[in-house]
Design a protein around this ligand. Structure first.
Ligand code: F6P
Length: 539
């Protein structure tokens, strides 16, 4: 039962206040070893990532108090409980076992009398068999993922990275929105004979996914000159779901169905069969590498001492930065185009997980929870929003993410790319005074205040492994901040009402308008009327 804030939280709040007058420049002058002390690494022998948080507005005292908070909240113990299958998603009476998706086959986690890890590995073996056969047979050239949220962003993100570091004969497409122009643009590039649709939906109740799957089926039937009820259509469909019964009822008949489990959240499902499309395109070995990268962070989170535990420390810094309302948002700026979707992916991971305002016991939170997560790829960001971060009247905490080596890129241009990332982090932290130009009337406008926080994360090489590690670091950061705020990071009740209302409004719009009687608010009512008077229904 939650009974109030952790005692150490008071100290963290005091630190946030005290650090309002702190100066990053002074921190670095006073401690030559600061960068060294505040840079940690994680390596599994095959990939390496360093994380430098020395440009966060934090000092030793604040760090010690955050670590004391971690100890008091029992964060590592809570993490171990989560990994061991304890029901941490209390409102849905479920464990949150995404770490089981990449656990070593020898691990045992008993859920409902069965070993969850055995189930995962059995399913992985099925996925591998299907992937190998699909690659060998070369029947399909086009792979179309139909899914939204976690059933879209994860496979898309992996696909972007694998496309950058490897080659494939498949053409991969991703369709998420209920805006039919999206799927139509994809179908226009595909021939029905050579197209495999992978319909990903944990619940199989998601309106967007069902609508797109129905449209795909119709297109396929027309293109192949088959009856809509023909069983032959099933060969062009794969389903990934935790609800196979609902999938069957929905009419999406698939020759192959892969499982995910109720104990994996949609936004935590990237390490499951949900990532089938990139796994077919680039091979099972690449997906296994991705899983290994995630596992290396799971292991570090569980067993590395707190002072060197990257995800723990970053999660604690999130609690300091966002939990105390020091900064309203987190800007994620990867300096590699292959990670252009990372801000979107993290938007769902962080904001859907921690965008809560009641604690586990239903009482109101007193620690701020999710930051707004946004961002974009560097250097493009420098020509768009970085101005605000450097000189705006409010700023954001920034995560810069880069790599020492990105395969298949021009080495000299890559050096420039990295130089830009390091320059941005340095400019944000240390700024530039206006002394050089005292008589210049524009001096104040040119002044760069500095003292703006960022973390720099650099991987040795962009690879499925390093992507896995980065994603897992963020997953566990979210967990840490969630434990500090004492919330349930694994449900998402806030998305439900919109879905229900959309269903009601769609039913009214879809009718002749005469059934338009639900007592919605007057604004919605008049917007619907206006819409009905202007729309052009299909003839
Ligand atoms: O937006 C709510 C949500 O349930 C996400 O959590 C999930 O990733 C997405 O919708 C898609 O859900 P499903 O995989 O069940 O179709």
């Amino acid at each position: 039962m939650v009974v109030g804030n952790f005692k150490a939280w008071q100290k963290v709040l005091s630190d946030a206040k005290r650090l309002e007058s702190a100066s990053l420049t002074r921190f670095f002058v006073e401690d030559e070893l600061r960068a060294k002390k505040m840079t940690h690494s994680v390596s599994d022998g095959k990939s390496e990532i360093i994380v430098d948080f020395s440009k966060q507005l934090i000092d030793d005292q604040a760090l010690q108090n955050l670590l004391a908070l971690a100890a008091e909240a029992g964060i590592i113990e809570r993490f171990a409980e989560m990994c061991d299958g304890k029901i941490v998603n209390t409102t849905e009476n479920q464990p949150a076992l995404h770490t089981a998706l990449r656990a070593d086959a020898k691990t045992s986690i008993r859920i409902g009398g069965e070993n969850a890890v055995t189930q995962v590995h059995d399913e992985l073996a099925k996925v591998k068999k299907f992937v190998d056969a699909t690659r060998r047979e070369k029947r399909f050239k086009n792979l179309v993922n139909i899914g939204i949220g976690g059933s879209d962003l994860g496979p898309r993100l992996i696909n972007d990275v694998l496309s950058n570091v490897g080659a494939t004969d498949f053409r991969c497409f991703f369709v998420a929105n209920i805006d039919s122009s999206e799927i139509n643009a994809v179908l226009a590039q595909c021939s029905p004979e050579e197209t495999l649709f992978v319909v990903c939906s944990k619940s199989f109740g998601t309106a967007e996914t069902l609508a797109n799957a129905r449209l795909a089926r119709k297109w396929l039937a027309q293109g192949l000159n088959l009856d809509l009820a023909s069983r032959k259509l099933a060969d062009h469909f794969v389903v990934v779901t935790a609800n196979p019964t609902k999938a069957e009822e929905s009419g999406v008949v698939a020759a192959n169905t892969f499982k995910i489990w109720p104990w994996v959240g949609g936004r935590y499902s990237i390490a499951s069969a949900m990532s089938l499309v990139p796994t077919i395109a680039f091979g099972f070995a690449a997906f296994e590498e991705f899983l290994s990268g995630m596992r290396s962070i799971d292991e570090q989170m569980r067993s590395t001492k707190p002072e060197q535990n990257i995800a723990l420390i970053l999660g604690l810094i999130d609690a300091l930065n966002f939990g105390t309302a020091r900064y309203p948002s987190l800007a994620v700026v990867p300096y590699v185009s292959a990670l252009r979707l990372l801000p979107n992916y993290l938007q769902q991971l962080v904001m859907e997980s921690n965008g809560k305002s009641v604690r586990l016991d239903g009482t109101e939170v007193s620690v701020k929870t999710s930051p707004v997560v946004w961002g974009g790829v560097g250097t493009n960001a420098q020509h768009a929003f970085m101005q605000m971060l450097h000189q705006g009247s409010q700023t954001a905490a920034v995560d810069f993410i880069g790599f020492a080596h990105v395969p298949n890129t021009d080495a000299a241009m890559h050096d420039d790319l990295t130089a830009n990332m390091l320059a941005q982090a340095s400019a944000l932290a240390f700024g530039r005074g206006s002394q050089e130009a005292k008589n210049d009337p524009t001096a104040n406008h040119r002044r760069m205040p500095g003292n703006r926080p960022s973390t720099v994360m650099i991987g040795a090489e962009l690879s499925p492994r390093s992507l896995g590690a980065i994603v897992a670091i963020y997953e566990h950061r979210v967990f840490v901040h969630g434990v500090v705020a004492q919330i349930n990071s694994f449900d998402q009740w806030g998305v439900e009402l919109g879905k229900v209302l959309a269903g009601e409004i769609a039913a009214q719009i879809g009718g002749d308008g005469s059934s338009y009687s639900t007592p919605h608010d007057s604004s919605t009512r008049s917007l619907v009327s206006w819409y009905l008077s202007r729309r052009k229904p299909e003839k």
